[in-house]
Write a protein that binds this ligand. Structure first.
Ligand code: C5P
Length: 239
């Protein structure tokens, strides 16, 4: 089965603070995004890897690809939200914009955040297999905190029963035609405020989405302290 991966890396990393978006921060001398790309490149059955970056970071990404020899990577210009960035990544296959690069339209596409470097073959093959069977699949984790909603006055409105809910993580995988059609049909509101690709696939393509339990190492590097955690995992793996 032809499988490709789209890695959104087009965010500004506001929550981390500092001038450099987290995906370009050096961890043990190497930019975070390069670890994530390497994790994908280690898997022989992933053909093309699309890295979506904001226009001002295209040159930085090009130099990373060059420096670390990421041969399967194609760099694509991102959008103002994560959904818009992912849509741009998918368009490359559908519209054959890079026909000179010989990008093959995949049967299954993996979507994985550039800021989750510790993704492994086990979870990737599980979500890909499940996507083939159900149309869509994604990694989940138990909730660490209870989710609550606040009312207009800033006081508690209601809370969700923690044991019944899961955090939606990455990677996710989709039959390409399903997720591309979902992005084509969805509204601007979805593209600007939505955070969940599985939701788009369900809402616009009426597919099933299989949920697959992932490991804690799939967490998203978000805050500065996450960079320290990532660094210590990488050091452990090296020693
Ligand atoms: O902001 P959030 O933590 O949800 O970002 C998850 C991933 O989506 C990050 O890798 C980030 O770079 C990417 N992203 C993107 N384009 C945006 C915003 C976020 O590719 N406009």
């Amino acid at each position: 089965t032809p499988v490709a991966a789209v890695l959104p890396a087009g965010g500004s990393g506001e929550r981390l603070g500092g001038a450099t978006p987290k995906q370009f921060c050096a961890v043990q001398g190497r930019p975070l995004v390069s670890y994530t790309v390497r994790a994908m490149e280690r898997i022989s059955w992933i053909a093309d890897i699309i890295v979506v970056v904001s226009p001002e970071n295209i040159e930085i990404m090009k130099s990373i690809v060059e420096r670390y020899g990421h041969k399967r990577v194609t760099i694509v210009k991102g959008g103002i939200t994560r959904h818009r960035s992912i849509f741009n990544g998918l368009k490359v296959f559908a519209e054959n914009k890079f026909s000179n690069h010989l990008l093959q339209k995949p049967e299954v596409v993996i979507i994985h955040d550039a800021v989750r470097p510790f993704v492994e073959e086990d979870i990737l093959s599980k979500v890909v297999m499940a996507a083939k069977e159900h149309g869509a699949a994604g990694a989940i984790r138990p909730l660490v905190s209870t989710v609550i909603a606040s009312a207009a006055d800033g006081c508690l409105d209601h809370s969700l029963e923690r044991a019944r809910y899961r955090a939606s993580e990455m990677p996710q995988a989709f039959l390409f035609d399903i997720i591309y059609e979902a992005y084509r049909q969805c509204t601007d509101y979805d593209l600007d405020y939505g955070t969940e690709c599985l939701h788009l696939a369900l809402k616009y393509c009426k597919t099933n989405a299989k949920l697959v339990e992932g490991t804690a190492d799939l967490w998203k590097v978000t805050y500065k302290r996450d960079l320290y955690a990532a660094e210590s995992i990488i050091k452990d793996n090296l020693s």
